[in-house]
Design a protein around this ligand. Structure first.
Ligand code: C2G
Length: 180
């Protein structure tokens, strides 16, 4: 890589070193890419054209369906922001207390590699505000929400991803309860 940029007369002198220098240049380039783009990086280190993805969920009794939607959401951009439903919102939405508290669910989601930022989703009605606040380019949800967020297409892309089959928090709670 570097050899091509150097005066050929220096070749015999630098030749034996170039292998190592090439490796060094490749490592610096890789580190630079990692700091400017890619999941797991904060907004202040992102390139100006970086795409922010936002997704929402309760993520109670965290399971592989949750993990997959988060991984696939992250692949659609450079920065992933996740809104975790407040306990209060979950109670209103599903008419039951979550198994894990909002603080525990936020801690679990925040610890995932593809996640850059987590915030508390306090109301379904605030979705537009959250999208604008985090400058999201893409809103991602599982396809159980198909069509429900199309109204936000004026401010961002809206993508519904297929749900992972045969797994849900409700089924897990039932399975665990019936096993005891
Ligand atoms: N999900 C999935 N596959 C499953 C289960 C869930 O892809 N087998 C996805 C859902 O489609 C959703 C995300 O995982 O996109 C989180 O799911 P829930 O925790 O059930 O979230 P929900 O209660 O639907 O909350 O503002 C919207 C709400 O906060 C969404």
């Amino acid at each position: 890589m570097l050899g091509a940029l150097l005066d050929p007369a220096l070749g015999p002198l630098l030749g034996p070193l170039l292998g190592d220098v090439d490796v060094l240049v490749a490592l610096i380039a890789a580190d630079h890419d990692a700091r400017t783009v890619g999941p797991g990086r904060g907004p202040d280190t992102l390139a100006p054209m970086a795409r922010t993805v936002i997704t929402f969920g309760t993520f109670d009794v965290f399971h592989v369906g949750h993990l997959k939607v988060i991984q696939r959401a992250a692949e659609l951009g450079d920065r992933l922001v996740v809104g975790v439903s407040a306990d209060e919102l979950n109670l209103r939405k599903k008419d039951r207390e979550p198994v894990f508290s909002e603080a525990e669910r936020m801690a679990i989601v925040a610890a995932l590699k593809p996640v850059d930022e987590v915030f508390l989703e306090e109301s379904l009605e605030l979705k537009r505000d959250y999208i604008l606040k985090f400058s999201a380019d893409v809103l991602v949800m599982g396809d159980d929400w198909e069509g429900r967020f199309d109204e936000f297409r004026d401010v961002c892309e809206v993508v519904y991803l297929p749900r992972t089959p045969a797994i849900s928090t409700t089924a897990l709670i039932e399975k665990i309860s019936s096993a005891t």
